[in-house]
Design a binder for this molecule. Structure first.
Ligand code: EPU
Length: 337
């Protein structure tokens, strides 16, 4: 039985630790409970699907129903071409990574310690240290909100690109993911191309790393660089790294030849947003109750009593300053509510 609660504080449900209330709140623990909820015709009022709340900034109270997806469960099967792992949308992402590392299932070790839940992982094609979700994704099951009808989305259906998918574009607000199937392997092809991983392996004298080594190394790089939401509220990278065309890039490059950038296979250039923000003097600054993190300027933080509106207005200031200096428009990665 789903239990819809009224006037609930969302503070425990967002890693920014922002105070905001929702007029309605419900936690669903199975696909059947979700179907039952959709039958209640909840779609008449505004609603918001919440996983770990690690990619959202509440700038006001939410007048509508917050649906927290807490569908559990991890299982695995061995197939002819590898290992398939299925996880419920409510599984904490890093619990899944730890399960796979424990069993020797390779493919997601570079994605260790990313906050959030399994159900949110395809929505923004989470990625870190040279691996994106799309590299290990097989399919996901989702329910159409309007009809409750179940649909399986294949890799191609999801149209994954950098921090983007069909669930953020054409199908935004239309489906709720209930489980995800991952394609992993027991024949690891480790991805150690990222400089920070290589440096950390070297400093630990590891020449022939295991997937557990990679997971440990990635976790410790993240802990060193990113603030822990249980002590300092944040939602990871607040902005996306901007991707610009060759023409725009040559303008930036001619004025700032030391700009940190990565050439992409399609001729576009991805700029390091953290570098752009740092160059504007924002790294580690404190503005009222908000600011940027001292080790990573791309992460905005709540120093304790920030309101969502305050963080949002600071992010506007960053966007304007970066644009005025570099002619590059930063786009937020975090969902603004
Ligand atoms: N940099 C700076 N100053 C900063 C931050 C970064 O100059 O304050 C420059 C440095 O040159 C650094 C480069 O930017 O070498 C890249 O920085 P980093 O390795 O920290 O990665 P990122 O591009 O800032 C992205 C993801 C992270 C992910 C890391 C590692 C986005 C928006 N963010 O950050 O993902 O962990 O790569 O792969 O793509 C997240 O999405 O929440 C997230 C944390």
């Amino acid at each position: 039985m789903v239990n819809i609660q009224k006037d609930i504080s969302l503070k425990p449900y967002n890693t920014f630790g922002i105070s905001a209330n929702a007029t309605g709140f419900v936690e669903v623990r199975s696909e059947d409970e979700l179907i039952e909820l959709l039958r209640k015709d909840i779609t008449k009022e505004p609603f918001l699907i919440l996983g770990g709340g690690s990619n959202v900034l509440f700038t006001r109270d939410f007048q509508g129903l917050v649906v927290k997806i807490s569908i559990p469960g991890i299982s695995s099967t061995i197939t002819d071409d590898g290992i398939e792992v299925t996880a419920g949308a409510g599984v904490v992402w890093n619990d899944l990574v730890m399960y796979c590392v424990e069993y020797g299932f390779a493919g997601m070790e570079n994605l260790s310690l990313i906050p959030g839940t399994v159900g949110a992982s395809p929505v923004q094609n989470i990625g870190a240290y040279g691996v994106e979700l799309k590299d290990i994704f097989k399919s996901c099951t989702a329910l159409e909100i309007r009809t409750g009808i179940k649909r399986i989305f294949s890799l191609d259906d999801c149209r994954f690109t950098y921090r983007d998918s069909i669930f953020k574009t054409e199908l935004k607000g239309r489906y709720i993911i209930t489980s995800v199937v991952f394609k992993l392997t027991d024949q690891p092809k480790l991805n150690t191309q990222y400089g920070a991983i290589q440096d950390e392996l070297k400093s630990r004298n590891i020449d022939d790393p295991t997937i557990r080594n990679i997971s440990d190394v990635v976790s410790s790089i993240r802990v060193g660089k990113l603030p822990d939401p249980s002590t300092i509220g944040n939602a990871g990278s607040f902005f996306k790294n901007p991707v610009i065309n060759a023409n725009s890039f040559s303008k930036v490059y001619s004025n700032f030849p030391n700009v940190v950038h990565y050439s992409m296979s399609d001729g576009m250039e991805k700029l390091a947003a953290g570098w752009l923000i740092e160059q504007c003097g924002f790294k580690g600054i404190i503005v009222g109750n908000t600011g940027t993190w001292k080790h990573q300027a791309l992460v905005l933080v709540n120093h304790g009593r920030a309101t969502g509106a305050e963080v949002y207005s600071f992010s506007e200031h960053i966007i304007e300053t970066v644009n005025a200096r570099f002619g590059v428009l930063l786009e937020r990665e975090v969902n603004i509510m």
